[in-house]
Design a protein around this ligand. Structure first.
Ligand SMILES: Cc1ncc(COP(=O)(O)O)c(C=O)c1O
Length: 380
C-alpha cells in the first residue's frame, strides 16, 4: 500500500485533529451550537488576516471569492489595473473582462519581479482607475509580489481599491491586511488553512464598502451585502458546509495557538531549505522573487516534468505539482504550505532526486539534502 504524501500547492495535508473534528455528526446551521462556532471562526479569521475588517466565508473555491471581489465593488465599464505574472493573475483579468470592466493589463514575464514604479506611473496617468488587482504569491511560478509597497502606492488614491489574491499565501507568509492598506483580501481553505477545498474567505475595508453602495455589476450568490447582514448574527445567507466550518474552527485554533509569526517563520525555513537544496543539487529556480509558499524548480533539458509528477504519484504516492500553460512539462512545484514539518521537506527533496534518477537524470541530491538539513536543523 502506498503512503500518500501531498506536496501540491493546494489541496494540502489536513491534520488528523481537524479531520476528526470534521467527522463529528453534521449539525444544523441555524442552531445556537453552530452559531457559537461560527462566531469564534469569524473572530479568529481576523487574526489570520491581520485585520479589523469583517471577514466573510463563502461556500466556494478561491475563485468564488475572486469573483466576489470584482462584482461587489465595481460597475460596468470601470477602469481597473490587473497585474498578472502567471496563471492566477490572468484569472483575475479574465473575471474582470467577463464583467465588462475596462482592464489595463500589467503583464509580467512568468517568474519575474514586478516594478512598483510601473504601477505608480499607471495610476498617475489614469486617474479614473477604480481598482488595482494583485497577487501575493503567484502559485503558477512560486513568485512573491511586493504587496506592502503596492498598498502604500494605491492608498494615495481615494477612489481606487486595492484587491489582493492571497489564495496560496495567507496564513503562510506575512499579509498584514490593515497595515499594508489592502481593501479586499481573498483566500481559500485548501492551502495554509489546512482544510479541504470548499470555503473561500474575503475581507472588506470601509473604503470598499463605500464602493459597494454604487456597484452595479450583476450578483446574487456572491452579493456580500447579504453576507454582511447575516454576519451580524454570526450567520450565513445560504447553507454553509457546516463540517468545513467545524474543521476551520480547529485549524484556526492550531494557527492561533502556534502564533502566526511562528508559522510564517516555519514556512520561510521550509522554503529556504528547499530552494537552497535544489540549487545545491544542480537545479535552477524559476522565480527571481521566490515565495515561501511554493517553490518552482526548472527541470533539466529533456526531462518531461509531467512524467516526473506522474512517476512520483503513482510509484511513490508523492504528489507534487507540474507546470501550467507554457511551463507544462518544464517545471515542478513543491508546496511548503500548511501542515508540514522539517522531515516533510527532506522527504520532498529526496522524492525529486529519486524521481529524476528513475528518469535517467542524475542530480547531486545528497548535496541538496545536506544543505537542507543544515538549514532545518542548524544546531546539529
Ligand atoms: C494564487 C491563486 N489564485 C487563485 C487560485 C484559484 O483557486 P481555486 O482553485 O480554489 O478556485 C489558486 C489556486 O491554486 C491560486 O493559487
Amino acid at each position: 500500500m502506498l503512503k500518500k504524501r501531498l506536496f501540491t500547492p493546494g489541496p494540502t495535508s489536513v491534520p488528523e485533529e481537524v479531520l476528526l473534528e470534521m467527522a463529528s455528526p453534521v449539525m444544523h446551521h441555524r442552531t445556537d451550537e453552530f452559531i457559537k462556532i461560527a462566531g469564534e471562526v469569524f473572530e479568529d479569521l481576523k487574526y489570520v488576516f491581520q485585520t479589523k475588517n469583517d471577514v466573510f466565508i463563502i461556500a466556494s473555491s478561491g475563485t468564488g471569492a475572486m469573483e466576489a471581489s470584482v462584482v461587489n465593488f465595481l460597475s460596468e465599464g470601470d477602469r481597473v489595473i490587473v497585474i498578472s505574472g502567471g496563471k492566477f493573475g490572468e484569472r483575475f483579468k479574465d473575471i474582470a473582462l467577463a464583467y465588462k470592466l475596462d482592464v489595463i493589463p500589467v503583464e509580467l514575464e512568468w517568474g519575474k519581479k514586478m516594478s512598483t514604479d510601473r504601477i505608480k506611473d499607471l495610476l498617475e496617468k489614469n486617474s479614473s482607475v477604480k481598482a488595482v488587482f494583485g497577487t501575493l504569491c503567484e502559485t503558477s511560478t512560486g513568485t512573491h509580489f511586493d504587496i506592502k509597497c503596492l498598498g502604500e502606492i494605491v492608498s494615495h488614491y481615494e477612489n481606487t481599491l486595492f484587491v489582493v489574491d492571497t489564495i496560496s499565501s495567507l496564513g503562510a507568509i506575512p499579509c498584514l491586511t490593515d497595515e499594508w492598506k489592502i481593501d479586499v483580501v481573498v483566500t481559500g481553505s485548501q492551502k495554509a488553512f489546512m482544510l479541504p477545498p470548499g470555503l473561500s474567505f474575503i475581507s472588506v475595508s470601509e473604503k470598499a464598502w463605500k464602493k459597494a453602495e454604487t456597484s452595479n455589476l450583476p450578483k446574487y450568490y456572491f452579493n456580500l451585502k447579504k453576507y454582511k447582514k447575516t454576519l451580524a448574527k454570526n450567520d450565513f445567507p445560504f447553507t454553509i458546509p457546516v463540517s468545513l466550518v467545524v474543521g476551520l474552527r480547529k485549524s484556526l485554533n492550531i494557527i492561533k495557538t502556534t502564533g502566526i509569526e511562528k508559522i510564517w517563520e516555519e514556512h520561510h525555513l521550509r522554503g529556504e531549505a528547499t530552494r537552497q537544496a535544489m540549487v545545491a543539487a544542480g537545479l535552477k529556480l524559476l522565480s527571481e522573487s521566490p515565495s515561501d509558499a511554493v517553490t518552482a524548480v526548472v527541470l533539466p533539458e529533456g526531462i518531461d516534468g509531467e512524467k516526473l509528477v506522474k512517476v512520483l504519484r503513482t510509484k511513490y504516492g508523492m504528489s507534487i505539482a507540474g507546470g501550467q500553460d507554457h511551463l507544462k512539462g518544464k517545471i515542478i512545484r513543491i508546496s511548503h504550505l500548511g501542515w508540514q514539518d522539517e522531515f516533510d521537506v527532506l522527504t520532498a527533496i529526496t522524492g525529486v532526486g529519486v524521481g529524476l534518477k528513475e528518469m535517467g537524470c542524475e542530480i547531486d541530491i545528497e548535496k541538496g539534502l545536506s544543505v537542507a538539513r543544515q538549514i532545518l536543523f542548524p544546531s546539529q
